[in-house]
Design a protein around this ligand. Structure first.
Ligand code: TXA
Ligand code: MG
Length: 319
């Protein structure tokens, strides 16, 4: 049986010993270890079966010790940090030598995040090192939004899962690269583009995920695999091609005629994209033991968190 509970001091002790512990954040659960300890970082890659080219994010409670880890703190960081941290945004900044090259997959930059979840804040403030933490799933699978999701994947491979309840945001952080002259969003996530633009005062570019995008290492197209074929796009067009009895659906608020009700996942009755985002990953997992041959997911509105939801669904549809 895997050890799971809310003992922050036990989690802190294990992390000080160089162990890997699953921790809650408001975005998704993370697989955490001491970011400054190369052996501990190597263990994360191994546990997650993650390729070495895919860099990790470091987590800190707040920015007061940031200059120990990054070489330059641009003005855009100050503005965004004031507005959104702690919260669902990660900043890519030039790294200092203290950050292991293994962690950044050899890149001269490091992604830094300040999670808002009270347990993550409490844990990080007890430690004198940052935590490296990718999402606590096997590489390529759906990110976990509850402690039980983590336990289901890792069984007895982890000494402890710190249980902080269901993740309130449910999508990974938005990643913004501030190491170049022009800020660029590398991954859409729990903070919308519109919110970032309103603070920076100008439109901001973002890169679409692809299998060979050197700007966003690890942003592979085929990711978030629910284990069942998923088709993303216009529901009405796709419905015409399937047997509705053997079909699952994921929609914002509409009911889909002909698909059995227990195979439908309506993510927000009121059409609220934040609520929908928080339920997306659990919905993707929920078909695992069902009789469904294919999942049809609708195209969500391309605004606010709808953009990140479409990004995850598009990647879940590539096998
Ligand atoms: O919400 C989150 O960000 C969660 C929680 C646990 O904090 N973490 C997370 O980590 O989603 P992960 O490892 O699953 O995704 C991190 C992604 C990498 O795949 C890569 O695309 C990007 O962050 N990344 C990390 N460091 C980078 C760097 N130096 N340059 C560009 N992209 C980087
Ligand atoms: Mg991940």
């Amino acid at each position: 049986m895997i050890q799971m509970g809310s003992d922050i001091s036990l989690a802190a002790d294990l992390l000080r010993e160089g162990k890997t512990v699953a921790i809650p954040t408001e975005t998704v659960y993370g697989l955490a270890a001491n970011a400054l300890d190369t052996a501990a970082v190597a263990q994360i890659f191994e546990r997650k079966q993650r390729p070495a080219f895919d860099p990790l994010i470091i987590h800190l409670a707040k920015a007061d010790s940031l200059d120990k880890y990054v070489a330059d703190i641009p003005e855009a960081f100050e503005k965004l940090y004031q507005a959104f941290s702690p919260g669902p945004i990660s900043y890519v900044l030039p790294k200092k030598a203290i950050i292991p090259d293994l962690l950044t997959a050899g890149h001269p930059t490091v992604a830094v995040r300040f999670p808002k979840h009270p347990m993550a804040q409490d844990l990080l403030s007890r430690l004198d090192f940052p935590l490296a933490a990718p999402s606590a799933n096997i590489f390529g699978k759906v990110s976990p939004t509850t402690a039980q999701h983590v336990a289901d994947q890792f069984e007895d491979q982890l000494p402890y899962i710190l249980d902080g309840g269901p993740a309130s945001i449910g999508l990974e952080s938005t990643i913004i690269d501030l190491s170049q002259e022009q800020p660029i969003v590398l991954r859409l996530g729990g903070l919308s583009l519109e919110e970032i633009e309103s603070v920076l005062g100008h439109p901001i570019a973002y890169t679409k995920s692809s299998s060979s995008n050197p700007k966003a290492p690890g942003m592979l197209s085929a990711h978030y695999s629910p284990g069942i074929p998923l088709v993303h796009g216009n529901l009405d067009l796709n419905l015409a091609k399937v047997n509705r009895q053997r079909c699952g659906s994921i929609s914002l608020c509409r009911k889909v005629a002909g698909i059995p009700e227990e195979q439908q996942r309506i993510l927000s009755e009121t059409g609220d994209l934040k609520e929908a985002a928080s339920k997306l990953f659990a919905a993707l997992r929920s078909f695992k033991h069902s009789e469904v041959d294919v999942i049809l997911a609708e195209e969500f509105p391309n605004e606010g968190l709808g953009r990140a939801i479409n990004d995850r669904l598009r990647r879940a549809s590539v096998s």
